[in-house]
Design a protein around this ligand. Structure first.
Ligand SMILES: *Cc1c(COP(=O)(O)O)cnc(C)c1O
Length: 359
């Protein structure tokens, strides 16, 4: 069996990709190479352009998404590198609600005159077609964070290509287990590796993936020049975490489905958003921001914390964060379903929601 064999299921491949060749006596795991420089005359020169510990991670993620991956020091470093694919003064089309720091990055570039950002509802394909006229880059996030809107990634990427714009898809919420944008015509995938890929809330990392060699070279150059690189240890840990991606996603998705069915009829839940797949659920708690904040205080199994995609279940009233835009309701609580026993998760959530109603 060859792990590079793309007939194998991604869940099988992620276990095997990026391991050293099978030779008698060889280790089954890649090594961590903690060095800033290399003796002259070889392929590796200095550890900012490339590091042997990034390579197994990049190889594995690239194979899963169907392109070539580059590791970055955080998700935002990868987002920034992808946004820089638009030229100075270039037009970027983006939906009104995306991950809040991505939004801040686009807004600040717009305010500074470095980019012209056109915000348009990506569900309105006619409006997108108009907005793409003269555009350089289309920014897609699907599902969006935290409103969990889902868009037609295939059609959007096709429209971007027809308009001569580069399409970028933030695939953090789905991972290549659930969605592979490059297969449906997306030019560049970005990830916050911090979340599901690494999966244990113990590091920050990002990645870009593209099947286009010219775009890969530009992203690589950006990483080298801007210097937002991960440590070898984090890259090693991220690949170690990715080994269990399939089982973690399966478990979290199935628990999310169970919780959605129960939350749907919970008297403390005013509205529930769930795209039908994935492990993030957003609920609006009856009783406004105060009741939603009480849920954060009352949980014992769930951890009240920002972020998502780890083995432990997290929840957060998103508007607690000053950067969260007004389109996100004050009483919206985002749930990141981890891998704990779903009965325990439900009982804890149920008692916190019920108690949150007793002001
Ligand atoms: C967290 C997140 C990011 C940013 O990633 P960091 O690793 O925190 O820098 C980007 N996009 C989405 C969808 C995220 O959830």
């Amino acid at each position: 069996m060859s792990p590079a064999d793309d007939e194998l299921h991604p869940g099988t491949r992620v276990v095997h990709l990026g391991r050293p060749p099978h030779q008698p006596g060889a280790p089954v795991n890649p090594s961590i190479v903690p060095t800033s420089t290399f003796v002259a005359g070889g392929a590796d020169v200095y550890a900012r352009p490339g590091n042997p510990t990034w390579e197994p991670f990049e190889h594995a993620l690239g194979e899963l998404e169907g392109g070539r991956a580059l590791a970055f020091g955080s998700g935002m470093a990868a987002v920034s590198a992808a946004a820089h694919l638009a030229p100075v003064g270039g037009v970027v089309v983006a939906p009104p609600s995306v991950y809040n720091t991505t939004s801040t990055l686009l807004d600040e570039a717009h305010a500074a005159g470095r980019l012209v950002v056109r915000r348009v509802d990506l569900a309105d394909l006619d409006a997108v077609r108009d907005a793409l006229d003269g555009a350089d880059l289309l920014w897609v996030e699907s599902p969006t964070n935290p409103l969990l809107e889902v868009f037609d990634v295939t059609e959007l990427c096709r429209m971007a290509r027809a308009a001569g714009a580069i399409s970028v898809c933030d695939n953090t919420f789905s991972t290549p287990i659930l969605q592979r944008p490059i297969e449906v015509g997306c030019d560049v995938v970005v990830h916050s590796v911090t979340k599901y890929l690494a999966g244990h809330s113990d590091l920050l990392m990002g990645a870009t993936v593209t099947a286009d060699d010219a775009l890969h070279d530009r992203l690589h150059r950006h990483r080298t020049v801007h210097g937002a690189v991960p440590s070898p240890f984090d890259a090693w840990l991220a690949l170690r975490g990715m080994r269990t991606l399939q089982v973690r996603m399966e478990r979290s998705c199935s628990s999310a489905t169970t919780l959605v069915h129960r939350l749907n009829t919970h008297p403390a839940v005013e509205r529930l958003r769930y795209p039908g797949l994935g492990a993030v659920i957003s609920i609006e708690v009856r009783g406004g921001a105060a009741a939603a904040s009480r849920v954060e205080e009352l949980v014992r199994v769930w951890t009240p914390a920002t972020s998502l995609g780890g083995v432990e279940s997290l929840l957060e009233r998103r508007r607690r964060q000053p950067a969260e835009p007004d389109v996100v309701p004050e009483n919206l609580v985002r749930l990141s379903v981890g891998i704990e026993d779903v009965g325990d998760l439900w009982r804890d959530l149920d008692q916190a929601l019920t108690a949150s109603q007793q002001a």
